[in-house]
Design a protein around this ligand. Structure first.
Ligand code: NAI
Ligand SMILES: CC(C)[C@@H](O)CC[C@@H](C)[C@H]1CC[C@H]2[C@@H]3[C@H](O)CC4=CC(=O)CC[C@]4(C)[C@H]3CC[C@]12C
Length: 392
């Protein structure tokens, strides 16, 4: 059940119908944003959904009052981006490569996440689009490569950002570009207004990784084997609430430009603070999965050796096969370093409140997991089925 009523719309622009562009609109988070915009943004005249891989589910969205325009394109190609941005009032730049498994060449991650974001910024300046919301990540901040915990921190918490991995480094670089672009003059002479949203680990309908955990446990008799100390808190946030923060930030960016322009906001809701595994069990438990052990079944040094062995095998096999195990030194470090946020900056700056309460987030995700038919063996980590099968 939605927690809040119908939000007050800012009509300072005289209610003119608006054109929105969502890049990465066919991804896990993107699909939640697309559907929520159609449900919660009555000023929409056209919703452009830009993605490398378009989902067939988009076709069913054109039955309402909003024109949904699928655009197949690549953010690394500036001509694709300019064509998609031209005439848009607001851009939600969600497209990105999420890879911490070594699936994608680091240069490709940089090209998509950093150069792609630069292309979006330049397209806004070149065409006169004034409002840009960027989907960053908690990873833009940490956990850093020194394993320093970030315990219920906020946007002002001092934290030494040290990145050695391509993905978090690319998110930090892209976020910096977006924040620095705030105030640049766009075509027509008015200033560009930008903000960056930093989700922690997103879960919800369409979360392929959660489905992989579920199917993996099914293959071992319904059991997961604990690897992470329960005391390590890992921030999680429901995709529907992240989507709502995007919708609201995009709506308020115009009338609150002075407050919001050039700002970063962690995405948060009332999802409980737990270890990565214990949080997953809040979802997988009701699906019949159990976790073995109240403490990690293996000592950390053995986990580290196994993760290192995986990294070595990936390096050894690379010329022959793409071996991308879930478990590598980086994912081990990520999941065993506390990183949680406690903030109300988005609420103070643009009135954000989660629209789904925790029980709703959990129940929606559980229902989705249960609804998924058995599938062939899971894809290598970081690869998601792009058969147009709607994740939601
Ligand atoms: N999944 C998570 O837990 C979190 C994700 N994020 C960020 O949220 C955004 C979306 O992530 P997810 O939905 O999880 O990933 P996803 O992989 O499900 O969605 C990304 C979308 O971007 C598209 N895309 C990738 N490269 C493209 C290109 N060159 N041109 C056009 N489209 C391209 C993909 O086709 C896909 O539809 C990303 O920017 C990610 O960094 C941030 C925090 C947590
Ligand atoms: C130790 C293993 C048995 C298992 O617990 C490993 C879990 C691991 C796959 C996840 C632990 C932390 C996750 C990452 C975190 O939520 C931060 C992220 C932010 C993003 O922007 C993208 C996704 C991710 C990197 C997320 C990926 C999966 C984990 C590494």
């Amino acid at each position: 059940m939605h927690v809040c009523g119908t939000p007050q719309l800012d009509m300072t622009d005289g209610g003119r119908d608006l054109v929105y562009l969502v890049t990465g609109g066919c991804g896990f988070l993107g699909e939640h944003v697309v559907r929520l915009l159609l449900e919660q943004e009555p000023r929409l005249r056209e919703l452009r959904v830009f993605d490398l891989h378009l989902g067939s589910w988009l076709e069913a969205l054109n039955s309402g009052p909003v024109q949904v325009t699928p655009i197949q394109g690549d953010v690394t190609r500036s001509e694709d981006v300019v064509a998609a941005v031209a005439g848009a009032d607001v851009v939600l730049h969600i497209a990105g490569l999420v890879d911490v498994w070594g699936l994608v060449d680091p240069e490709v991650i940089y090209r998509v996440n950093v150069k792609g974001t630069q292309n979006v910024i330049e397209a806004c300046v070149q065409t006169g689009t004034r409002f840009l919301v960027y989907t960053s990540s908690m990873e833009a901040v940490g956990p850093n490569s020194k394993g320093h915990p970030f315990y219920r921190g906020n946007e002002d918490t001092h934290y030494e950002v040290v990145h050695t991995q391509p993905y978090p480094r690319s998110k930090a670089q892209a976020e910096r570009l977006v924040i620095e672009a705030n105030g640049r003059k766009v075509r027509g002479g008015l200033p560009l207004v930008t903000c960056s949203l930093r989700p922690t680990g997103i879960y919800g309908e369409g979360h392929q990784l959660m489905l992989d955990f579920y199917r993996g446990a099914q293959r071992t008799g319904g059991w997961l084997f604990r690897a992470i100390p329960p005391s390590v808190e890992h921030g999680r946030v429901y995709a529907g609430n992240v989507a709502w923060m995007h919708v609201l930030a995009a709506r308020e960016l115009g009338s609150r430009a002075t407050t919001m322009g050039g700002q970063v906001y962690f995405c948060y809701d009332n999802s409980p603070y737990k270890s990565y595994e214990d949080f997953n069990m809040e979802i997988l438990g009701p699906c019949g999965i159990r976790i073995l052990g109240t403490r990690p079944l293996l000592p950390y040094f053995l986990l580290f050796l196994l993760a290192t062995l995986n990294a070595f095998l990936q390096w050894l096999l690379r010329p022959l096969v793409v071996y991308t195990p879930l478990f590598n030194p980086y994912t081990l470090a990520l999941s065993t370093t506390t990183f949680t946020v406690q903030t109300d900056k988005a609420q103070k700056h643009f009135g954000y409140q989660p629209i789904y309460d925790w029980e709703d987030c959990r129940d929606r995700t559980v229902s989705w997991i249960k609804s998924r038919k058995r599938c062939p063996a899971p894809l290598p980590h970081g690869q998601e089925p792009k058969v147009g099968d709607p994740g939601l």
